[in-house]
Design a protein around this ligand. Structure first.
Ligand SMILES: C[S@@+](CC[C@H](N)C(=O)[O-])C[C@H]1O[C@@H](n2cnc3c(N)ncnc32)[C@H](O)[C@@H]1O
Length: 516
């Protein structure tokens, strides 16, 4: 959807093609944002869309239909028209002028509006690329280019001037609610009692991670299932009978069940614990059935669930996260931390909530995205205040798998409701590594589980600084060091703080900064 609306001085969103939307509200003047469109207009859009014309107001409404990769072709390739597909021909013929394919956005817009008033749906897909709109027919990978360097166009701006902004805000909200209704699992709702804003309209909601360029999952052949377990091993005997389940080969050792010889081997051997008794991750009966057991909740040991190649069957109790979210959630606007996520129903300690999803990208690509903001001279403060949606998959780092080789999940433009979970220094949720392929140390799931009982309506939070990385003692040590700082030290500290984001979690032992 592309909506253009005048906003006065209330709010600005600047969008350069292919870059992130930035937001500024008058109450947060300190935020360093990009120069606003000279006219102060608010522009939102999604990338991949079936193209519908909203003729009433002269705007385009583009509805998301599919997510096939789009292929780029140069505009000049279409001049001869012999290679045009049916859709491209229809654009060209109906415009009656080949210049439509190379005209400015203004002439394209007006021609389009005037000459296509009666055509509602083009069944084409638009993608922006360097100021060009690329047009693709759904069934054909060929792409035409329509030059549209300046959007919003004059006619769009004029139209926006005459329209109440609240209309656009409503339309955006309705569109987002429609998008949320398509997410699989129980409903995800949207609530905003703070202002008129909505989450990013062009955000793409996905049920599974997308693999970015250069990212590879371990070969499918490396995925092995458990072979000794069967669905009919008897009541309450399945993969939780862990001596047999191959999926738990690398799971946490159950120290209480070790023999003397095994204990000796564990303490003095090469760390190979494959034949030792393992911890089963989920409660298999009682009121907490299906919830993560305390050992895993506290230890953060990776969880290895059974997979499609296992012989245990779908009723196996070592399958949980793979069935997806089972709890109803609400994305809501907080007073001072942007959007947040809350649960609509009470959650038990250890209950699975949802996974963090997005595009899995390489470390180099993450660095590029993190240091790029849509302004020519990104200041240190602007970079620090840029919302971060990057989650590093670094659970299995080792000399063989250095941090630079780990992948990162980017939830900025594509993902699920959990990308709205805010940080708290005293969180009620925790994030855990869940793997379906024990041999793949680079691609796995990040799953959120309730770390304590959570009431209906409570905001869900997790600690952005994984406790695996920051030990309690370290934090206390830092605080003591701070107290003994001289003038020079304090100045350095101030400089450092300028490039950091203040934490507003409100916890009594708040660490003050979001990341350090
Ligand atoms: C993963 S996003 C969370 C969703 C975000 N609030 C939104 O509106 O999209 C992380 C960003 O949220 C904000 N945030 C999260 N927790 C916060 C906290 N405790 N204090 C201040 N800002 C927070 C920061 O801007 C951070 O970069």
């Amino acid at each position: 959807m592309l909506i253009v609306t005048a906003t006065g001085n209330e709010k600005h969103v600047v969008d350069k093609w292919g870059t992130q939307l930035r937001r500024k509200s008058v109450s947060r003047k300190s935020r360093d944002v990009d120069p606003v469109d000279a006219e102060g207009f608010y522009v939102q859009h999604v990338q991949k869309a079936t193209w519908t014309q909203w003729t009433q107001k002269g705007f385009y409404v583009q509805r998301v239909q599919r997510s096939n990769p789009l292929k780029k072709r140069k505009a000049s390739e279409f001049d001869g028209s012999t290679h045009l597909n049916a859709f491209q021909r229809s654009v060209k013929l109906k415009s009656r002028s080949p210049s439509v394919l190379s005209s400015t956005s203004e002439s394209f817009t007006s021609k389009f509006n005037i000459e296509h008033k009666h055509v509602k749906i083009y069944n084409g897909v638009l993608k922006q690329n360097n100021g060009f709109l690329e047009v693709e027919r759904s069934t054909n990978p060929n792409v035409a280019q329509l030059e549209a360097r300046r959007i919003p166009t004059e006619s769009m701006i004029n139209e926006a001037r005459q329209t109440l902004t609240v209309r656009a805000a409503n339309k955006i909200r309705v569109e987002i609610q429609k998008q949320l209704a398509r997410i699989s699992g129980p409903p995800v709702r949207l609530a905003n009692t703070i202002d008129e804003s909505s989450p990013p309209l062009r955000f793409e909601w996905i049920d599974e991670n997308i693999l970015g360029e250069g990212v590879q999952k371990a070969d499918a052949d490396t995925m092995l299932g458990c072979q000794s377990c069967r669905p009919d091993m008897g009541q309450n005997i399945g993969c939780e009978y862990t001596k047999k389940c191959d999926c738990l080969e690398f799971a946490a050792v159950n120290q209480r069940r070790l023999t003397e010889a095994q204990r000796y081997k564990l303490d003095h051997g090469d760390g190979d614990s494959r034949d030792m008794p393992k911890r089963f991750p989920y409660h298999n009966s009682g009121a907490s059935a299906g919830c993560l057991v305390s050992f895993y909740l506290e230890s953060r040991a990776p969880i290895y669930e059974c997979n499609a190649k296992c012989r245990c069957g779908m009723g196996c109790k070592n399958r949980n996260v793979q069935f997806g979210r089972q709890v109803e959630l609400e994305i809501f606007k907080t007073a001072d931390r942007g959007w947040g996520l809350r649960t609509k129903s009470p959650l038990k300690r250890g209950q699975f909530i949802d996974t963090y999803r997005g595009e899995i990208i390489t470390d180099a690509e993450a660095t590029r995205r993190e240091t790029t903001i849509p302004t020519s001279t990104p200041s240190k403060a602007a970079l620090a205040h840029k919302d971060s949606y990057l989650y590093t998959l670094d659970k299995f780092t080792s000399p063989l798998l250095p941090l630079s080789a780990c992948y990162i999940i980017d939830g900025s433009h594509t993902g699920g409701p959990t990308r709205f979970i805010n940080h708290s220094c005293a969180p009620n949720c925790r994030q855990y590594t869940v793997s379906y392929n024990k041999y793949d140390q680079r691609v796995y799931e990040i799953a959120f589980f309730a770390y304590r009982d959570i009431e209906a309506g409570e905001e869900l939070t997790f600690d952005y600084l994984d406790k695996d990385e920051v030990e309690e003692g370290e934090e206390d040590g830092e605080r003591e060091k701070d107290q003994g700082k001289g003038k020079e030290g304090r100045e350095k500290e101030r400089e450092r703080e300028e490039g950091m984001s203040e934490c507003r979690c409100g916890a009594s032992r708040c660490r003050k900064w979001l990341w350090m």
